[in-house]
Design a protein around this ligand. Structure first.
Ligand code: SAM
Length: 379
């Protein structure tokens, strides 16, 4: 469902990706509106705008549509497959010239820009990584403007800006959003990303990028799942929503003949998973694939024997089951007949009904006081 964003002189029809029904969430928020109002005021003087973490491409589309910004270079940086797809979809829906935008990923080097427009990322580690990277993309004349929603704005955000860039000024609050302004003041920080760490239990050396789930820590749900991976012969295994790839890494050890696909919508997750295979089982790299996708949207039907999944229950800052739903639906489509989906979930999430609706039933493979592991077979 498209909804109309109007900030004079720009009018756009924007939708989230994947498209959702009419009553669901908008593709932009009040922080985006403030960022655009501010950028439009400066528009005649800008040469190069660097856009960071534009959730559904709405910021980029609005800049592309503004008549004063026709000659301004725009670089768009994101970690997210969903954001990239939303950008392409919204550019097309509004008949904008997408060729004039330079799209780069979260692991690329940031180019020099006179204005940096940032949406605050959810992860403070990723924020810190980006602020340190900006030290090479900004000079004394460039300005960083960060759009934030007041809910969930910890003091540590200000501390990170001050530590790595410089003093922070704020705009007045409007519709529960605010802008943070900061200039680069010549600081030079040593980055702690990506970070090396170990899991003694499995004798794994790991190396995680900043924007990965449970950065450099061992999630207790993942730990429980690792102890209860299904035993059997599987030719083709998928680690769905792989994060730093621990489930897939263990699959390489337990199923030495299997090909293992690591899938995630975060590029830093995939890069971490690849680091972690390289560090622990470089000999197995030729039976691994790393795919940037929304669940398994672009993967072949009837192609997997086992899908392992520790599903997220957030999209960005929104708690929701819709990603888990899509993961279960895609897993069913991608599994071969008699193939199995194994899911670890917090007890309170009650995915049982969802799994039953897609697979017709499920088995309790293991449980403790916090988690259940549910197994579903495709018939
Ligand atoms: N499998 C890892 C583990 O057990 O430690 C990570 C699990 S974490 C709870 C969920 C993962 O799903 C995150 O890495 C997140 O980036 C990924 N994710 C979120 N939405 C996704 C989507 N639409 N498609 C693919 N992956 C997604």
């Amino acid at each position: 469902m498209h909804q109309q964003l109007i900030i004079a002189p720009v009018e756009l029809n924007l939708a989230r990706y994947p498209k959702q029904s009419a009553d669901e969430l908008r593709a932009w928020n009040a922080a985006d509106e403030l960022l655009l109002e501010y950028a439009f005021e400066l528009s005649t003087n800008l040469q190069h705008i660097l856009l960071l973490n534009d959730e559904f491409g709405g910021l980029a589309c609005a800049l592309l549509a503004h008549p004063n910004l026709r000659h301004c270079q725009i670089t768009w940086l994101s970690d997210s497959f969903i954001a990239q797809q939303a950008l392409a979809q919204n550019i097309q829906a509004n008949q904008l010239n997408g060729e004039s935008i330079n799209i780069i990923s979260s692991i690329d080097v940031m180019p020099q820009a006179d204005l940096v427009l940032m949406r605050l990322p959810k992860s403070l580690n990723y924020l810190e990584h980006q602020l340190i990277a900006l030290q090479n993309a900004m000079d004394n004349a460039s300005l960083l403007v960060c759009g934030v929603m007041l809910k969930g704005l910890p003091k540590s955000v200000f501390n990170l800006f001050e530590k790595h860039l410089g003093e922070v000024n704020t705009s007045l609050a409007k519709k529960k959003a605010r802008l943070l302004f900061s200039h680069y003041q010549g600081k030079c920080s040593a980055s702690r990303y990506p970070k090396a760490w170990t899991i003694e239990e499995y004798q794994w050396q790991l190396n995680d990028h900043a924007n990965v789930f449970c950065f450099a820590k061992f999630d207790i749900g993942t730990r429980f799942m690792l102890k209860h991976l299904p035993r059997g012969e599987f030719a083709s295994v998928v680690d769905l929503g792989c994060g730093n790839g621990l489930l897939g890494l263990r699959a390489l050890e337990l199923y030495p003949e299997a090909s293992v696909t690591f899938a995630d919508e975060s590029l830093m997750a995939l890069a971490s998973a690849k680091n972690n295979v390289q560090l622990n089982h470089p000999e197995a790299l030729n039976r691994c694939e790393f795919i940037h996708d929304n669940a398994l949207e672009h993967q072949a039907d009837n192609s997997a024997d086992l899908v392992l999944c520790n599903p997220p229950f957030h999209q960005q800052n929104t708690i929701s089951t819709h990603i888990a739903r899509q993961m279960f639906r895609d897993a069913k489509r991608c599994l071969r007949s008699n193939g199995m989906l194994a899911v670890v979930a917090n007890r309170h999430l009650s995915y049982q009904a969802l799994l039953k609706s897609y697979f017709g039933g499920y088995k309790l493979l293991a449980s403790n006081n916090k988690f259940v592991i549910l197994g579903c077979t495709k018939r």
